[in-house]
Write a protein that binds this ligand. Structure first.
Ligand SMILES: Nc1nc2c(ncn2[C@@H]2O[C@H](COP(=O)(O)OP(=O)(O)OP(=O)(O)O)[C@@H](O)[C@H]2O)c(=O)[nH]1
Ligand SMILES: [Mg+2]
Length: 238
């Protein structure tokens, strides 16, 4: 409900979370501002941990928050209570991980446990992306997800400090928040039953037209669904 309400009434909220020292605030500052001067003043007066970002018609608000640690001190929890509560209702959770830290695994685990405690279902992978930060000083450039099963397109390797990989991240966030709805036709042979079945089962078919052994399907889907289809069936859509 919260999510739909926000999308209807205002702009989506993107919460930065992560272990302390992961680079959340550095990343927050690296995001280009989208505000007018007046808005700017209003925002920073109301809450210095919020910032309006994004491009034309794809705006969103980012929220920086306190770094998680094994046992968050009560005073910090109280001070950041509103922000912490907002995390569970945000449209996207950006988990910043310092991959140059030898304890990155353990730290990420603490973050996911804390998120669960805050009421976030970490099994809902549609709302979580991982930002692997500090690749300028890490041993590898790419790391597997810290959240088991998180898809590759939800992982962004960056250096917030050196401003590496940021453009891809900005686009990734916009695409997650504002899915592009595509209307496309696909022509299949009727013997390609697995593909046809998959499209119907995922409720992507708007109409169909059968001509001899050829079926033309009118699809309404988003980029993510299209990509999934192409991955499963390794096919280019006409
Ligand atoms: N080498 C390198 N250092 C970084 C990078 N990003 C952040 N840092 C450094 O890491 C330290 C912590 O960065 P912050 O942005 O304050 O981290 P944070 O996650 O906001 O920390 P808390 O608010 O304390 O939880 C600072 O010294 C940053 O300069 C990066 O991409 N590369
Ligand atoms: Mg910080």
């Amino acid at each position: 409900m919260q999510r739909n309400q926000r999308l209807k009434n205002s702009i989506p909220l993107v919460s930065f979370v992560g272990y302390t020292n992961a680079g959340k605030s550095t990343l927050f500052n690296a995001f280009p501002n989208k505000k007018t001067k007046a808005e700017n003043r209003l925002f920073s007066t109301l809450d210095p941990y919020l910032k309006k970002c994004g491009s034309y018609k794809k705006e969103y608000i980012i929220s920086d928050t306190v770094g998680f640690i094994r046992d968050l001190p009560t005073s910090l929890v109280i001070a950041f209570r509103a922000t912490l509560e907002e995390i569970a209702f945000s449209d996207l959770i950006v988990h910043v991980v310092d991959v140059s830290d030898e304890f990155a695994d353990k730290n990420a685990e603490v973050v996911y446990n804390t998120l669960e405690e805050l009421g976030v279902d970490t099994g809902d992978k549609n709302r979580i992306i991982e930002v692997h930060n500090k690749i300028d000083v890490s041993i590898h450039q790419r790391f597997p997800p810290f959240l088991k099963g998180l898809e590759k397109d939800k992982i962004f390797s960056i250096s917030a400090k050196e401003k590496q990989g940021l453009e891809k991240l900005f686009h990734g966030i916009e695409n997650k928040l504002y899915k592009q709805i595509l209307k496309e036709n696909i022509i299949l042979d009727v013997t390609e039953t697995e593909k046809i079945k998959w499209l119907y089962q995922n409720h992507l078919v708007k109409s169909s037209e059968l001509k001899e052994s050829i079926i033309k399907l009118e699809l309404i889907w988003d980029g993510e669904e299209k990509q999934k289809f192409n991955e499963i069936f390794a096919l280019t859509v006409l």
